[in-house]
Design a binder for this molecule. Structure first.
Ligand code: PLP
Length: 409
């Protein structure tokens, strides 16, 4: 039975722990958000306008970039980055297969060739050594994804980009506020893409996205492509798309942004607490996420590895006991039906394929209580202690659940 953590949260009995509960953040900010929404309704300006301009400046400051350009979603942000950098047919773009679909679909949409690289199994981020092995004379860009809230190995990737003259587009949808050697996600490559989808660390009340860059000319081109290629009204310089941020999303995000640091600290505290709780128990064959040196992890997801084919059984056990979890991502992109024509074989990206089988995201949202975290770990303890692990293992594993509200992160 598929239950969405969101709708589940309020009515659920007290022992259940949702993967994410967006109500708690809303309860905290209800008055401020309603005031802001009223302001926009009274203003009558629903697309772009002052709320969007202000949010762009505030996000640019937060991400330590000179410019930020709002758009309709994180997926569109990737598409706009590729369009503005003139990536198209004949070009190749290297990206991880272990990511949300949008990272690859944007490349496909502009007619360039998607080239999938494997991950570093310790961080789940793209492996620069494999990226460098995949570079050809047609390679035009790399899209590192700062997966689950931790930056990819940007020194190595920027070095490859410099050596071969490639663009670096940071997919920072899961990583607003993450840092690499003190630099914020979205400020380290040529351009960064953000998502304000409700499950992201800065989540709106619908879709929204933004691009960050220090390159003024690129920012101007991004704006051009996001507005149907129209600089002067009804005069189209290039063929762009319609991808605008609306003022209602922007005003909600502006209420939330000043709280983001505190929420990020709360996520980090929750991650540390899981570390302690797991250390007390020492489950065999369960591995906690690793933060690489000189990085600030912002914990969009807390993703463990469960060895020996027990992941799905553990997930089923947790679900039956009221603990929300998710599998990001059960089918790596290189093995998706829609990309079959690329000819990627099963076994071609072993670390990616292993992650798809072993990883499980546990609740980590900022408002999660210590008691709830203990309950999560207790339920995992039941699974390993009572031999439930072996029993459930024999039964057919749970099918991945479909959850509309929670589809991606
Ligand atoms: C969420 C996400 C996106 C897409 O963002 P949307 O706003 O949902 O379109 C892109 N890349 C990654 C890695 C994501 O997690």
């Amino acid at each position: 039975m598929s239950r969405t953590p969101n709708s589940n949260a309020r009515s659920s009995h007290s022992t259940s722990v949702p993967l994410l509960d967006v109500h708690r953040q809303y309860d905290e900010l209800r008055d401020d958000i309603r005031t802001a929404v009223d302001r926009v309704c009274e203003s009558g300006r629903f697309i772009l306008g002052p709320e969007c301009n202000d949010l762009e400046q505030e996000v640019a400051a937060y991400c330590q970039t000179a410019h930020a350009v709002g758009c309709a979603s994180g997926s569109d942000a990737l598409l706009l980055a590729l369009l503005a950098l003139d990536v198209g047919p004949g070009d190749e773009v290297i990206l991880p297969s272990y990511t949300f679909f949008a990272t690859a679909s944007a490349v496909w949409r502009v007619g360039a060739k998607v080239v999938f690289a494997d991950i570093d199994p310790t961080t789940f981020n793209v492996d620069p050594r494999h990226v460098s092995a995949l570079v050809t004379p047609r390679t035009k860009a790399i899209i590192p994804v700062h997966l689950f809230g931790q930056c990819a190995d940007m020194t190595a990737l920027n070095q490859i980009a410099r050596q071969f003259g490639l663009y670096v587009i940071e997919d920072a949808a899961q990583a607003i506020g993450a840092e690499y050697h003190g630099k914020r996600a979205g400020s380290i490559g040529h351009v960064g893409t953000l998502s304000f989808y409700p499950t992201k660390n800065l989540g709106g009340f619908g879709d929204g996205g933004m691009l960050t860059t220090n390159d003024e000319a690129l920012a101007t081109r991004l704006r051009l492509f996001a507005a149907h290629g129209m600089n002067t009204r009804y005069y189209h310089q290039v063929v762009g798309v319609n991808s605008r941020l609306d003022s209602l999303q922007a005003c909600v995000l502006r209420v939330k942004l000043p709280h983001l640091e505190r929420w990020t600290e709360a996520r980090a505290a929750n991650a540390a607490r899981y570390g302690e709780l797991f250390a007390e128990r020492g489950f065999d064959g369960v591995h906690l996420p690793i933060t690489a040196g000189d990085r600030r992890h912002v914990w969009n997801q807390f993703v463990i590895r469960v060895e020996d084919g027990r992941r799905d059984a553990l997930r089923q056990h947790l679900s039956a006991n009221g603990v929300g979890t998710e599998v990001y991502y059960p089918v790596p992109l290189h093995l998706q039906e829609c990309f079959r024509s690329l000819g990627c074989l099963d076994g071609s990206l072993p670390h990616t394929e292993r992650a798809a089988i072993e990883t499980l995201a546990l609740p980590i949202f900022p408002e999660l209580s210590a008691a709830e975290q203990r309950r999560v770990v207790d339920r995992i303890g039941d699974f390993f202690a009572a031999g439930v692990s072996r029993k459930v293992h024999a039964v057919e594993s749970a099918m991945p659940q479909r959850q509309d509200v929670r589809r991606a992160s």
